[in-house]
Design a binder for this molecule. Structure first.
Ligand code: HEC
Length: 168
């Protein structure tokens, strides 16, 4: 072997060695136990323990995450003020789909397979106010949740107003 060949081998070795060591580390043939706080924190594995309840008084951002045992009761009396507010809010938030009189003939209606033909139908009127409240908060089928559009008080105002729409 000439000096040149030997020098060539040494250079190739110098280049290849870090590369191979890198591969060994990458594919964990040589394992270095790095500290990982993610894996070592106390945590409950899948189906190991009950999920933690949210802290008392926490407000869910996506509406009610649990189905309440009882429908919420309507705390807002259907007085003149409530109905007036309800009428305005209905015009803004419901009319586009449900129509001015709640007859399911708003301008957006063709985009849905089904809007109730009639918000004044016996079935809707027969529902508890609380059930309509949940429909507004959580959405229902193709109807989106309107929880972010209406405050609690406003939802009840709308419900009071819907109750006064003339039945068809
Ligand atoms: C983006 C369109 C849209 C808007 C806005 C909308 N709805 Fe609806 N709503 C629907 C559709 C679609 C359905 C039928 C859903 C289904 O049956 O799959 C529906 C269903 C309902 C139902 C019947 C639910 C049931 O239990 O059968 C009620 C009550 C209702 N809406 C009330 C309201 C009120 C009150 C508002 C305004 C605060 C409102 N909706 C706004 C589209 C809308």
């Amino acid at each position: 072997m000439t000096t040149r060949q030997r020098r060539g081998l040494v250079i190739i070795g110098l280049v290849l060695t870090p590369f191979i060591v890198g591969l060994l580390l990458t594919f964990e043939f040589i394992k270095i136990p790095f500290p990982t706080n993610m894996a070592e924190q106390p945590s409950a594995g899948y189906q190991e323990a009950l999920r933690k309840l949210p802290p008392e008084g926490a407000v869910p951002v996506q509406g009610l995450s649990i189905i309440p045992e009882e429908f919420p009761a309507n705390p807002v009396p259907a007085d003149e003020i409530s109905l007036q507010r309800g009428a305005i809010l209905y015009e803004i938030h419901c009319q586009v789909c449900h129509g001015t009189q709640g007859h399911g003939d708003g301008p957006l209606v063709s985009y849905f397979d089904r809007t109730p033909q009639n918000l004044t139908a016996a079935q809707i009127i027969g529902e508890f106010d609380g059930s309509v409240y949940l429909t507004i908060v959580q959405g229902f089928g193709q109807m989106p949740s309107l929880a972010e559009n209406l405050t609690q008080r406003e939802r009840w105002d709308v419900i009071n107003y819907v109750r006064t729409l003339p039945p068809r």
